[in-house]
Design a protein around this ligand. Structure first.
Ligand SMILES: Nc1ncnc2c1ncn2[C@@H]1O[C@H](COP(=O)(O)OP(=O)(O)OP(=O)(O)O)[C@@H](O)[C@H]1O
Length: 267
């Protein structure tokens, strides 16, 4: 099914939806950080979230895996509907642990657990109660292959993850995120702590991964957004100002604010 984004301020963009964000508001106690956000996240595409510091990109990303539940006083209003079953993942009736199995996150700095490479990858599977060695072995190989790390680590799976380079650690975190077969992976500035070579390999990986999973990425790097994303959403002061195909946002954005931001006039 192909639908149109409904918000009048946004371009009418036809996308195949993986998730629909409807009238989303988010509060850190009295701080109203997200204001009436509407967005359709396109299936098997990369959607970049861009905007100046403090506009709400990370706050928005973290709604998708209920990270805000970890702190008291945070409050969601509105819905994020997953297309697979039309469940509102923000509903208090939905278990956040289950949401995090379906929607994984990769953070700014690689954050492997103080465990072996193998145990990092199987972590989410063990939480799910999977303990059969043959299944775990198979999933480890598959996730590491998909994260383009298998060849580099296949002979040292039981080494401590901290012994890997920064770029390898980030690919390990991607393998860990992939191991539970998520529907969506959230990337929060995944290359900001990496050198250009490691950045390049993560970007290539993200472009390949969209064949199996839907991707939402926060980036400060305009060129990165232009290189790897299919769609771009521009946020400003907690609002979703404009959403469209990435090439449209970068060359013929409708809103003046978007034009000014992508051309580096502020931010
Ligand atoms: N824990 C918190 N408590 C109160 N306000 C917060 C909290 N975290 C973020 N905010 C506020 O919410 C707004 C959005 O912050 P957020 O971190 O989502 O922005 P961002 O666009 O990701 O910024 P950056 O690009 O600098 O990472 C900001 O005004 C910020 O000060």
């Amino acid at each position: 099914m192909v639908e149109k984004a409904s918000e009048s301020k946004l371009h009418k963009v036809k996308v195949r939806p993986k998730a629909k964000v409807k009238d989303l508001n988010f509060y850190y106690n009295s701080v109203h950080a997200l204001k009436n956000i509407n967005l359709i996240v396109a299936e098997h595409k990369v959607t970049a979230l861009i905007g100046p510091s403090g506009c709400g990109k990370t706050t928005f990303l973290r709604c998708f895996n209920r990270m805000h539940d970890l702190y008291p006083g945070n409050r969601y209003q509105g819905e994020i509907l997953l297309d697979s079953n039309q469940v509102n993942i923000l509903s208090p009736k939905v278990d956040p642990i289950e949401v995090r199995m379906r929607i994984s996150m990769v953070f700014q700095k690689p954050n492997p657990f103080p465990k072996s490479i193998y145990e990092n990858v199987v972590y989410g599977l063990r939480v799910r109660g999977i303990s059969k060695r043959s299944i775990l072995d198979e999933r480890v190989e598959k996730a590491l292959r998909n994260a383009a790390l298998w060849d580099e680590v296949k002979d040292r799976l039981h080494d401590l993850a901290f012994n890997l380079s920064g770029g390898q650690q980030q690919r390990l975190c991607i393998a860990r995120a992939l191991a539970t077969d998520p529907e969506i992976i959230l990337f929060d500035e995944p290359t900001s702590a990496l050198d250009p070579i490691a950045t390049n390999s993560i970007e290539e990986l993200i472009s390949q991964l969209k064949e199996q999973v839907t991707i939402l990425i926060v980036t400060h790097n305009m060129q990165q957004a232009a290189r790897i994303s299919d769609y771009t959403a521009f946020m400003y002061l907690g609002e979703m100002v404009e959403f469209n195909q990435t090439n449209v946002i970068f060359t013929q954005a409708l809103q003046k604010k978007t034009q000014d931001y992508v051309s580096g006039r502020f931010g």
